[in-house]
Ligand binder design. Structure first.
Ligand code: RAM
Length: 519
């Protein structure tokens, strides 16, 4: 890097990784438990207007369950009334008390009604089928209570009784739910019913992703991701305010820093399970994440401890820029992400993330007393701002463009505004234009759309902000969501993900942002 700022000692990495792993461990806290019980007995109904073509209909109160008897080849579906994460305990017996052969059950834990219809032959996904929450269990000794060892994320539970020695009775089905913070915060007073529902679903989404670290989705991938963490930490600051969980999550990612000093953008909690994901735009969120943390909780020592690592992410990215004309070198092992959109030209957005990160780093340096870095960070931001305006700003349309094809996308305008490359007036005009411009690449992904909410806010476009909140996140609610989904395309109710809609995570961290905008 050709700007002179606080260095990062790569030779100290082995000790640093160990220190951060130990720090993460010391910050681990106990989960809160709460028992949940089924509320309704339901059945699935095919309905072309429903999300993924399936909805559930109540057929009775779950209070009836203990009076029901189930023969071999029967089924029941239970609705717990809301999405939870936790462990199942079944208290069962046979009607006669006689149990000369095992009880054999198939269980399907489902976040969405569509999953209740799953059979393994239907699976077409590119990620592991192991993520599907389907279990086959055998119970040899009844009466008794069995607890399943795996943690599940679901609202519905389907039980297929494959075989039972005689009529089976469920005396109790308990869902021992877990989260770092179990009670949902109250929606702010005086907001509309729709906003209350949005707020609650956003808090529930965040709650169920807050386990012993900030997970991206408790059904899949059950991992900590830096991009998701950045948005979770913001929402957490206005809801649960669990700052130690933020710190533990940062330590876990830092403990997986590679030999080039790039912070891992995702991590498992178990030290034996390693990931190998390095996304430059996620890595560059580090200065902003630390700055938010410092502003919210005044944790100076913590922020200062990670400041050199945050600066290192900028240094690494600087080395990825191929030329003054804002082109990037491509590497097979690193992914420029920005949005889950294969046709997106990311160069302009990536450089704008860099400028955004430099400016956040300069502010962080000022607040932490790294005064010697401020001028260099600011000069570097100014230099790339000029380059972006020279090579990627189209004066005729007033829009930022990206790549050799000069692609227009929402992503470029959004990061152009967040970085300060576009002024508020320019940003307002660009966002308005890109909304309807034919051929412009627009997002269908809650991650990028959360930044769109933010820039609408920055540009004072409150009507557009409300419209996006109510049509996109509100659109999920209208289709029955009680937690927000990993992906949602309002024009495609059968949207698949990774080759199969069954893989969709219906409670996903990066979708939890509405709580930030309902005040
Ligand atoms: C998906 C996950 C995760 C996200 C990455 C980039 O695999 O949903 O949340 O951060 O993509």
């Amino acid at each position: 890097m050709d700007f002179n700022v606080t260095g990062f000692d790569l030779t100290a990495l082995p000790q640093l990784r160990q220190m951060w792993a130990a720090q993460a461990e010391s910050l681990r806290h106990e989960l809160e438990h709460q028992d949940a019980y089924p509320k309704y007995i339901v059945k699935t109904v095919a309905d072309a207007a429903a999300y993924q073509g399936v909805r559930v209909e109540n057929v009775g109160s779950a209070g009836e369950l203990k009076n029901m008897t189930f023969p071999s080849h029967s089924s029941v579906i239970l609705d717990f009334g809301e999405h939870h994460v936790g462990y199942f305990e079944f208290t069962m017996r046979t009607a006669t008390g006689y149990c000369d052969s095992p009880v054999s059950l198939r269980l399907m834990m489902a976040e969405l009604p569509y999953e209740l219809e799953y059979t393994s032959d239907k699976f077409t996904g590119k990620l592991s089928q192991g993520w599907i929450q389907e279990e086959y269990i055998k119970i040899d000794v009844l009466p008794g209570t069995i607890r399943l060892p795996r943690r599940y994320a679901c609202r519905y539970l389907r039980i297929d009784i494959i075989a039972t020695p005689n009529q089976l009775i469920f005396d109790q089905i308990c869902f021992d739910t877990v989260a770092a913070r179990n009670s949902l915060p109250q929606a702010p007073a005086g907001v509309s019913v729709l906003d209350q529902e949005l707020y609650t679903a956003a808090c529930r989404t965040l709650r169920d992703c807050m386990q012993t670290c900030f997970e991206d989705g408790p059904k899949r991938d059950r991992r900590l991701w830096l991009g998701d963490l950045y948005l979770q930490a913001k929402s957490n600051a206005v809801t649960y305010r669990d700052y130690l969980l933020v710190e533990r999550s940062i330590c876990l990612l830092a403990a997986n820093t590679n030999d080039a000093g790039m912070i891992a953008v995702c991590a498992f909690e178990h030290p034996g399970m390693r990931t190998n994901c390095f996304y430059p735009d996620y890595m560059m969120l580090m200065p902003a994440l630390l700055l938010d943390h410092l502003d919210e909780y005044d944790r100076r020592e913590f922020a200062a401890g990670f400041y050199p690592l945050a600066i290192q992410q900028l240094r690494v990215f600087r080395g990825m820029i191929a030329g003054e004309n804002c082109t990037l070198t491509r590497y097979p092992q690193y992914r420029y992400f920005i949005d889950h959109c294969p046709q997106l030209e990311v160069e302009t957005a990536e450089i704008c993330v860099y400028i955004f990160a430099l400016r956040k780093a300069a502010e962080l340096a000022r607040k932490l007393g790294f005064d010697g870095d401020i001028a260099a960070l600011t000069a570097e931001a100014d230099r790339w701002e000029q380059n972006i305006r020279k090579y990627a700003f189209d004066h005729d349309s007033g829009l930022l463009v990206s790549g050799a094809a000069r692609q227009v996308s929402q992503a470029s305008q959004i990061w152009g505004i967040l970085s300060g490359v576009l002024s508020i007036d320019e940003g307002k005009a660009a966002l308005t234009k890109v909304k309807t411009l034919p051929g412009a690449v627009r997002s269908r992904n809650p991650y990028l759309l959360t930044y769109l909410l933010e820039v609408y806010d920055i540009c004072g476009m409150s009507e557009d902000l409300d419209e996006l909140l109510h049509s996109y996140w509100g659109g999920m609610l209208k289709l029955g969501a009680d937690t927000f989904w990993e992906m949602f395309d309002p024009d495609d109710l059968y949207q698949e993900l990774y080759g199969d809609a069954y893989l969709l995570s219906a409670c996903h961290a990066w979708s939890c942002a509405p709580s930030l905008y309902i005040r």
